[in-house]
Design a protein around this ligand. Sequence first.
Ligand SMILES: Cc1cc2nc3c(=O)[nH]c(=O)nc-3n(C[C@H](O)[C@H](O)[C@H](O)COP(=O)(O)OP(=O)(O)OC[C@H]3O[C@@H](n4cnc5c(N)ncnc54)[C@H](O)[C@@H]3O)c2cc1C
Length: 392
Amino acid sequence: MLYELATGTATSWEVSPRYEDLLAGTQVEFVRAEVCGLDEAERVVTLRSGTAERQLPYDQCVLAFGLQPRTDAVPGVSEHALTFHSAEDALELKKQLALAQHACRGTGTPLRIGIIGGGYVGVELAANLASALSAAHANGAPAPSVGRPGSCPPSSTHPPQITLVHRSEQLLPGAQPFSRDEAQRRLQSAGVELRLGTRVVNVTPEAISLVPTTAPDGAPVTELPVDLTVWSAGMCPSSVVPGLPLPLDARGRILADATLRVRGHPRLFALGDAAAVVDARRVEAPPTAQAAMQQADYVAWNVRAVVRGEALLPFRYENLGEMLSLGDQSATIAALAQAVRLNGPVAYAVRRAVYAARMPTSTQAAKVGLSWAVDAAFGAMRKAAQLPDKRK
Ligand SMILES: Cc1cc2nc3c(=O)[nH]c(=O)nc-3n(C[C@H](O)[C@H](O)[C@H](O)COP(=O)(O)OP(=O)(O)OC[C@H]3O[C@@H](n4cnc5c(N)ncnc54)[C@H](O)[C@@H]3O)c2cc1C
């Protein structure tokens, strides 16, 4: 739902509720701090908060560090590109869009956005930005969710230009064919320019330097002029992971066995994107929330099993399918080996319902579900009355 947060079609409390609120009334203590060390002999985790450090003792410890954008692979990315991985990133993008659109206003040039990486994040972001910015342009709003429609002149006489750069010839390499075809169709109809088979070699504040992926070193470079660049082309495990005394795979992920226990470390479990797990059926878990949430159930069960001296349960990944957000009240869903295939507004509504249902607590699920149901009802009424969307 980060795309919706960036484009103003969902709010922070719906998409990224505070841990303190989610855990209120439970016996879980939330500590806001950075893990900077782990000592298995002493059974303590070292936490840092500002300049203060403290030790947190444990009997069993679960490691779920996740990934972070890898921005050092191409010169200029860390200095001149935005990343899109967290709620903070989404809000920063929203702010930078408003500023860039403001800067373009009256210049006669369109707002130009370059998105690097044609995986799920790049594709969904491109589709959502295209629909939100086109709607804002048509309504004369300065940027998604900033100001009221009609209160400002159009940002530019030209609609925004979004270019998606991807190194292979096919977008969404790991996606199901139905999702890929729908996404590609949607991007094309939204006017997103695709630069496939193209490698980024440098990023500056004004341009992205491109070469064909197959070109040899030193090949002529094409400059893509941009006002804003978003990097969604590479991730690596959280920066703390390499420094911990843990077994890692070639991609720097923590090696865990099928019961999600860290190999050779009976008091540690690892799950989610930063864990390399092959399940009981020899299936490798993908880096998705779907897999991480399934693993969380197994880890909770297995921690209890350790405490009770019972046998651990091996993880079995169930691929429930995939959902893509494609902007403009549109989505795509492919599930049950593509037996279920939905797109358009129906998929959009189902996707939101699934997200609401999967919120971490029933209270949050009910609040978010109600909020989105009210939005949908008002959206339908607005459409019937042909009024602009005031949330945008
Ligand atoms: C834009 C976007 C859209 C996505 N959409 C989908 C989707 O539709 N469906 C899907 O299945 N998956 C989706 N994913 C992937 C999904 O978000 C991840 O697979 C999932 O969040 C992984 O969960 P995790 O717990 O391993 O890591 P995370 O959710 O990344 O959580 C890790 C947490 O650990 C914290 N952390 C890291 N290092 C430290 C440290 N040293 N000390 C303390 N805390 C630390 C991080 O700040 C973070 O809060 C999406 C990802 C992105 C970026």
